[in-house]
Every structure is written in C-alpha cells, then in structure tokens.
Design a protein around this ligand. Structure first.
Ligand code: G3I
Length: 312
C-alpha cells in the first residue's frame, strides 16, 4: 500500500520543502522527500554567495545537484533567490556598479537554469515592518527602481518561468503587507512583469493572523499567484503535547487559508525535519517547527495538514 502523501493530497497544488544538498545522503531524509513532496526550494544553494562567489564567475555545482535530483524524482524547483540583502559575497559591497552587477547576476543564474525552474523568487524581503523600503545595499545604492529593474531583467532573460516577490511578516493585513500590495498593484498597472507573491509564513506558535485568508485573497484579486513559501511554526523546546497540538491547529489554519483561494498554487515548508531546521540557530530555545521531528517521525501537524489537503 502506498504511504499517504502530502504531494498527492495537494492535487493540482505543489507541496514542497526547502532542501539542502548536504542531506541527500541521508536515507530517511530522501525517503520522506521523495514520497511526500512535489517541489524543492534550495535552502541556500541558489543564493548569490553560492552562485557567483566572484564577479562574473558562476558556480552551480550544488544547485545543479538539487535540480537534477528534483527532476529525476518528478519534482518542480522554486529558484531562491536572486536579489536579497543577505547571503551576498563580499565583492558585491565593493562593486563600483551595483546595478550592472545585479543585472549580470540575474542573467547569469537564470540563463543557466532556463527551462528548469517553475518559479523564481526574484526579489526577497525588500520591505521593513513599517512598510518602508528596507535599507538594503540595493536600496541604498540603486534606489526604489532596483525592484522593477530586477523583474524586467528576469522576464527578458527567461520569459517562461514565473517571477515572484517573496517576504515574511506579510501573512496578515499590516503596514508591510499593505506596502507589498501597493507594489504589486502598481506593477500590474504599469505592466512590470510579476506573476506571484510568496508569503514565507515563518510563524510563532499561536500567531496565525486571523485575516490571513482575506489578505491572500486581496493579492489574488490583483491577478498574481499566491504561494506559501517557507512555512514553519516554532515553539519553545522541548515541546509539550499541548503545544504540538496547537501547532497542528496553526498549520491547519495556514493550509486552509491557501486552499480557500484557487490562485494559491504552491505550499512549501522550510525544511523537512526539525533535525535540520534553521530555527534553533536563529531563535535560541525555540524549534520543533516542521512536520517531521528530529527522528523523522510524523508530528500531529503532519496529520492535520494531510487531512486539510484531503478535505479540499
Ligand atoms: O555551509 C557553511 C558551512 O561550511 C560552515 O561551516 C557553516 C558555519 O556557520 O556555515 C554554513 O553555511 C550556513 C548555511 O546556512 C548552510 O547551513 C550559513 O552560515 C548560514 O547563514 C546559512 O543560513 C541560511 C540563511 O537563510 C542564510 O542563507 C539558512 O540555512 C536558511 O534557512 C535561511 O533561509 C532564509 C530564506 O532564504 C529567506 N527567508 C528567511 C529564511 C530563514 O532565515
């Protein structure tokens, strides 16, 4: 009998995971990846520091391994990410012409992967919580226009892949999601290429915004696809039974918000197992954020997600 599968239960939607090439040699990791997921987001392998460590000198070995792995297992790939204020090689800070460096980076990476990537996170995390532009190196040295320029260059480089803006803290209606909404509406009006918005969903236990579905819907109404791109729900560790139950409820709410919207076409969790989650490294004392525990055992959240997908 086939194991139940998130990917199969999601039907026309993709159900993906952030994956690192380092873990592909671990049998339980690949077993779950292959049997449960239909999409891969490289967790670090496609970032600027990994793909262009020196100006004009590209290195794709690790990312290529993931892309080949995905395709040989009939999974899609979400490219992540082309323009982001962090994971930059140090030469970018010294670049005399950052706009040209940004264009060259987008072209170099996207050309290499033409035909292999379903969606690209072209620009990642360009806004602050108050809705202003994040003071990234791109904002400071190029200005507001760097975002639309990135999307224009991306479309010109590969007209067949779908281009996303991706951010965190925009799951509910707030100053930041308002700012992203205004950007998307403006891009659509002016014909700047943008096909999808990624809602990362790095959430703290018990904090799924009650207006999440309303928020996703207003973006969908602008004519973009909606993606849940980096879902995880962290809690203090060790986790209690009650907390794991609350987490299952939280996951269910996020999945249901997506399922209520036909344009919500992709859900990705930011990792497979709590063993390798980024959370404990960034939020000391927190963890247990994913669907499988550190021993690859299915958590209550896994069962809640599977059930929500099946009911849709
Ligand atoms: O590969 C080196 C290793 O050789 C070295 O020994 C080790 C020592 O620190 O570092 C390793 O690299 C780390 C890499 O993850 C691989 O594990 C980097 O230091 C570390 O900064 C990097 O962190 C990643 C981070 O993005 C920055 O790229 C996280 O794994 C990854 O989960 C995180 O993902 C981001 C999304 O891209 C955007 N949204 C937020 C999300 C969480 O921060």
């Amino acid at each position: 009998l086939d194991e139940p599968s998130l990917g199969a239960a999601a039907k026309f939607r993709l159900f993906g995971a952030a994956v690192s090439v380092n873990h592909l040699s671990e049998p339980p990791y690949t077993h779950i990846l292959n049997s449960q997921f239909t999409s891969i987001t490289p967790e670090v392998e496609m970032k600027w520091d990994a793909t262009e460590p020196a100006p004009g000198s590209f290195s794709f070995d690790a990312a290529d391994t993931l892309v080949r792995y995905a395709h040989s297992h009939h999974m899609r790939v979400r490219g992540h990410t082309l323009v982001w204020h962090t994971a930059l090689p140090s030469w970018v800070n010294e670049s005399a012409d950052l706009l040209q460096a940004m264009r060259n980076h987008i072209i170099g990476v996207m050309q290499h992967y033409t035909g292999h990537i379903s969606y690209w996170d072209v620009v990642n995390e360009a806004f602050d919580e108050d809705g202003s532009r994040r003071k990234s190196i791109f904002q400071e040295r190029i200005g507001d226009l760097h975002i639309e320029e990135a999307f224009r260059v991306a479309r010109a480089t590969d007209p067949y892949t779908r281009l996303c803006y991706n951010d965190y803290g925009i799951e509910g209606i707030n100053a930041k999601s308002d700012a992203v909404y205004d950007l998307v509406r403006d891009f659509k009006r002016r014909g700047i290429p943008l096909d999808c918005v990624g809602f990362q969903c790095h959430l703290l236990l018990g904090t799924v915004p009650p207006d999440m579905q309303t928020n996703l819907q207003r973006f969908a109404d602008l004519g973009v696809e909606i993606h849940i791109t980096e879902l995880d729900i962290r809690m203090p560790v060790p986790a209690s039974t009650a907390e794991l139950q609350q987490q299952a409820e939280d996951y269910r709410k996020v999945i249901q918000a997506c399922l209520a919207i036909p344009h919500c076409t992709s859900i990705t969790t930011w990792g497979i197992t709590d063993k390798y989650s980024w959370v404990p490294g960034t939020f000391p004392g927190y963890g247990a954020a994913l669907l499988f525990d550190e021993n690859y055992k299915k958590k209550p959240a896994y069962h809640a997600v599977l059930q929500a997908l099946r009911e849709a």
